[in-house]
Structures are given as structure tokens and as C-alpha cells.
Design a protein around this ligand. Structure first.
Ligand code: GLN
Length: 532
């Protein structure tokens, strides 16, 4: 029988519930368990696809083309799980399923209500993850205890736990034990109050994980145990890690979180094989080489907007024992003068939507190309590479993407016929994994070491095939295409130190143990650039 772990959060948002959940999954996997992970987000958008990255950070895309919360990236990276359509539900998606069924007459005359109809829909989503080949389902409930929006999810968890029976489902509550400087003390009251909010709705956490910046000590543990009704040994502290989020699994293993959770679920503790993970983290912490990368984007006020890109650099850093220092550079600020990029060893131009920052990205790419700074363009970054090349090498004045200039004389990036006339913004993109055939003899093919790969997409516009020949004749090589050759996936300038653009998002496929080949290529070139 599949067991269930629910993770709720208290006191404040941003406690790292996603990383804590993913780290526990990593530990359970290291003990041989098959884990599935899912997240419930209480907001009313049907998915995060239409939201600005400034709202909840990057939109993470899964193989099956679901636009999801960025925590699913942590799940895939830490626990090696593959997420899909069943891994992320929002209130909007749950409500819309119930309302559609009501309109179709699916409730046979009943009054449709929060309980049982919405909660049943949530429980159904939890159950769906409990496939035959899964030992443990971990379900993270977004938001903070006390939020109005998350109440139906917490109520569904209460019911689910009750129905699953003793030892089959547990609730872990992640909370904050703040250090108050003026008093020189850690405070347990916020945690007590947040657990009491859960008690009020009939949900009794089995484990308390306390985020603290200092050693909590026995006294605080005793107090939390007493007031929160959690046995003392299940009040676990999670101190801030010093250098890297990849240290969190080790930190939680030191507190025996995985062992205690398995005991609660009545599962054998077995032997943990965390050696490879620890070795990887050690390599990250002892790296000696260093290079500087400029990440040119337009959501530079929030690092979470480019989460998977930063993580991809970390993975490469682990593989190459190098520190990749990545600065965010606001694209718009490069519009007049992009010379500040000269101090960097590499440039990454990010994806994005809308015209703001596009000319800055084009300026950045021009600088990187003419100065020979290693450069990777992702999605819109690749499209801007093509625009810059068309304008400045092929002399196609005012070449552009029809996304930004519908009347450009040279629409080097445009909508495919199948996309023309589509006005709806949500759910109209090329999304998820598509195969890409690599062209023999290119740098990209050499980096991948394969002839066909699968990469994740999230875009509407494509390179206009009418310009392929001109681009190739000018020196921009088509290095990857859809297997039927109808869509360009990768372009590169083969004799540059490194100048590659990809229509897909390689950052969604990078993993700690298998860094992405294109990021490897960029960082290797940046290290060479730095050492020159
Ligand atoms: N706006 C571009 C498109 O829709 C690029 C999208 C992206 O960078 N993810 O094609």
C-alpha cells in the first residue's frame, strides 16, 4: 500500500518548504524507496503559465508540457522524480474541474459544495499520484497555515489522513523559530500559534520541522513538544545551511528525519546510500576555479525568476569543480552601451515574453559575438541571436521577430501557420518535450555526444525557415532541428569560442548528476576565457 506524507507550512512563506520536501524525498530515495511528489497551490489561476515571474518565480515546464510551480524543479533535481500533469494542482484547476462537471450534470441534482465536492476532487488528485509503482507520495501544500485559500486543501488532508488510517499518512509541519536579536532569544510562540491554527481545523501534525538560524537546544524543543502536541524526538530543527541548498539533505539526515518518518509510516529504515550526493556537494564546496557569467534578462529583481538557470550553473560547477559566479544584468540597461559585459567570462541571454528588454538583449549578443565572449541564448535569447545576426552580419536592416514588430521587412522569427490567428494567451504554446536531431559535425552535437535528444519547450514563435539558407551562408549554422527538419532547434557560430542558441529550455533538464551539455559548453568556454 502506498504511504502518504503531507507537508504544510506555517508562520511565513518562503521557508523553503519545496527544498525541505525535495530533500526528504532525496533521503527516502537514498534508502531505496520509490517516491512521487506533488504540490497543491492555493491560488485561483488554473496554472502558473499566465503569471509574471515576479509573482511566484519561474514557470517550470515538465516533459508532458505542464506549466508548473518552480518547486517541481526542486523535486526533479533533488529526488530524480519525473513530474507531470498530476504533480501540480491549483485551486483554480480543482474548482474548474468541479464546476465543469456540475455544468455537465455530473452531480445528479446535488447541491455542489466545498465539502464534499471540492475536497473529494482534491483527495482524488492525491490518490491519483499513488500509482502501483510508488511507495511513498509526498504532497506539499502551498501557502501558509491560516490562509483562507488553503483551507480546502488542509481539510482534504484531514479527511485523507483519517481515512488512510494510523501509520499510512503523516503530516509534517514546517515552521519558523525566529531569533530575536534584542531579546537574544529564539521564540517558539509563532510556531505554537501556527500549529494551533491546524489543530482548530482538526489537523494534527506528526512532525515539526523548525527552521532556525541557531541551535534550538532542549528547552525550546521541550516547549514546542508540549504546546504543539508533537513528541519531543519529532521536533526537528533545520538550521540554515552555510553555502548551498544541496547541503539540506545531509543536514536533515544528520537529524535522522528520514529514519523517523519511515518509522512513523511503519516502513523498514534500511540502509542509506547518500555517499554520491555528499561527494557531489563536497565538490561544490571545495571548488577552486572560478568564472563570471552575466545573466542578461528582464526579471532581474527576483533570482527565483531564473531559478533553474542558476541551478544549472551549480550543477556544472559541481561537475567541473568550479565556482560559477552569476550576476543578473538588466537587459534594458544595455541598450545604449553594452560594454560592461566585457568584464565577464560568459554571457547567458534568457528567454522571455514581450518587447521590453529585447533591444538590450540584442545589444548584449552583439557585444558577446564581436568580442568573442562565450555566449548561450535560451529561447527568446536564441531568437535575439538570429535577429542580431540578420541585422549586423546579413545586413537585413530592421530584421525582427513578428512578436515585436509585425511589419518588419525581415521577419526572421515568426509564428508558424498553425499559430496564426490564435488570440488566447493561456495554453497556446509549444510546450514540453520534443525531440531534436543534432547535425553531425557541429559543436552542439559534440557536446551532447548523441544524434537525437529530447528538450523542453515553452514558446510560440519559431525561426523563419525562409532565412535558413542565408543564415547558414553568413556563418550561423543550424545545429539542431526537429527530426522532420521543419523547425530549427539550435543555432551556433562554429568558429566562435562558444556562441550557441537553443529554442528550448535546457535549464529544465539539468540535474546535479547530469549537468546539461550546453551549460557545460558555456562554462568550459568561460573558464578558458577567464584563464586566457
Ligand atoms: N516570446 C518568445 C516566444 O514565444 C520566446 C519565449 C521564451 O523565451 N520562453 O516564442
Amino acid at each position: 500500500m502506498t504511504k502518504h506524507i503531507f507537508i504544510t507550512g506555517g508562520v511565513i512563506s518562503g521557508l523553503g518548504k519545496g527544498i525541505t520536501s525535495a530533500s526528504l524525498a532525496c533521503l527516502l530515495k537514498a534508502r531505496g524507496y520509490r517516491v512521487a511528489m506533488q504540490k497543491f497551490d492555493p491560488y485561483l489561476n488554473v496554472d502558473p503559465g499566465t503569471m509574471s515571474p515576479y509573482q511566484h518565480g519561474e514557470v517550470y515546464v515538465t516533459d508532458d508540457g505542464t506549466e508548473t510551480d518552480l518547486d517541481l524543479g526542486h523535486y526533479e533535481r533533488f529526488a530524480g522524480v519525473t513530474c507531470n500533469h498530476d504533480s501540480n494542482y491549483t485551486s483554480g484547476r480543482i474548482y474548474s474541474a468541479v464546476i465543469s462537471r456540475e455544468r455537465e450534470g455530473g452531480y445528479l441534482g446535488a447541491t455542489v459544495q466545498m465539502i464534499p465536492h471540492i475536497t473529494d476532487e482534491i483527495k482524488h488528485a492525491i490518490q491519483k499520484a499513488a500509482k502501483d509503482d510508488v511507495d511513498i507520495v509526498m504532497t506539499e501544500i502551498g501557502g501558509t497555515a491560516g490562509d483562507i485559500e488553503s483551507l480546502p486543501f488542509l481539510e482534504a488532508v484531514r479527511q485523507f489522513k483519517n481515512e488512510a488510517g494510523e501509520g499510512n499518512a503523516i503530516v509534517i509541519h514546517l515552521t519558523l523559530v525566529p531569533y530575536i536579536k534584542s531579546a537574544g532569544e529564539l521564540k517558539t510562540k509563532p510556531s505554537q500559534q501556527s500549529v494551533s491554527l491546524l489543530h482548530n481545523i482538526g489537523l494534527f501534525p506528526d512532525v515539526l520541522i523548525c527552521r532556525t538560524e541557531r541551535d534550538m537546544g532542549e528547552e525550546h524543543r521541550r516547549k514546542l513538544s508540549l504546546f504543539c502536541n508533537v513528541p519531543r524526538e519529532l521536533v526537528i530543527e533545520e538550521q540554515d545551511v552555510k553555502h548551498s541548498i544541496y547541503e539540506v539533505p545531509q543536514e536533515l539526515a544528520d537529524r535522522k528525519l528520514d529514519e523517523k518518518v519511515l518509522q512513523l509510516l511503519g516502513l523498514p529504515v534500511g540502509v542509506s546510500h547518500l555517499e554520491n550526493w555528499c561527494a557531489l556537494v563536497k565538490r561544490q564546496l571545495t571548488a577552486t576555479r572560478r568564472c563570471r557569467i552575466a545573466l542578461v534578462g528582464k526579471y532581474t529583481g527576483l533570482r527565483d525568476a531564473y531559478k533553474s538557470i542558476f541551478e544549472s550553473f551549480t550543477h556544472v560547477g559541481m561537475a567541473l569543480s568550479a565556482n560559477v559566479d552569476c550576476d543578473m544584468v538588466e537587459a534594458e540597461e544595455l541598450e545604449g552601451d553594452s560594454s560592461r559585459l566585457d568584464e565577464y567570462d560568459g554571457v547567458l541571454v534568457t528567454g522571455g515574453f514581450g518587447a521590453r528588454g529585447v533591444e538590450g538583449k540584442i545589444a548584449a549578443l552583439h557585444e558577446a559575438r564581436v568580442r568573442g565572449i562565450p555566449c548561450l541564448g535560451i529561447c527568446l535569447g536564441m531568437q535575439c541571436m538570429v535577429i542580431e545576426f540578420a541585422r549586423n552580419v546579413l545586413n537585413l536592416k530592421n530584421a525582427n521577430s513578428t512578436e515585436f514588430d509585425e511589419t518588419t521587412p525581415y521577419p526572421v522569427i515568426h509564428l508558424m501557420d498553425s499559430q496564426l490567428g490564435v488570440s488566447q494567451k493561456g495554453g497556446t504554446m509549444r510546450l514540453g518535450a520534443y525531440p531534436c536531431a543534432l547535425v553531425a559535425g557541429t559543436r552542439s552535437a559534440a557536446l551532447y555526444g548523441k544524434t537525437e535528444v529530447s528538450e523542453r519547450h515553452r514558446h510560440r514563435f519559431e525561426l523563419n525557415n525562409a532565412y535558413r539558407q542565408a543564415l547558414e551562408e553568413g556563418g550561423m549554422k543550424i545545429a539542431g532541428m526537429s527530426p522532420d527538419r521543419s523547425l530549427v532547434e539550435i543555432v551556433e557560430i562554429s568558429d566562435a569560442p562558444f556562441y550557441v542558441g537553443c529554442q528550448f529550455h535546457p535549464e529544465f533538464k539539468s540535474r546535479p548528476f547530469s549537468p546539461h551539455p550546453l551549460f557545460m559548453g558555456l562554462v568550459e568556454a568561460a573558464l578558458r576565457h577567464q584563464e586566457k
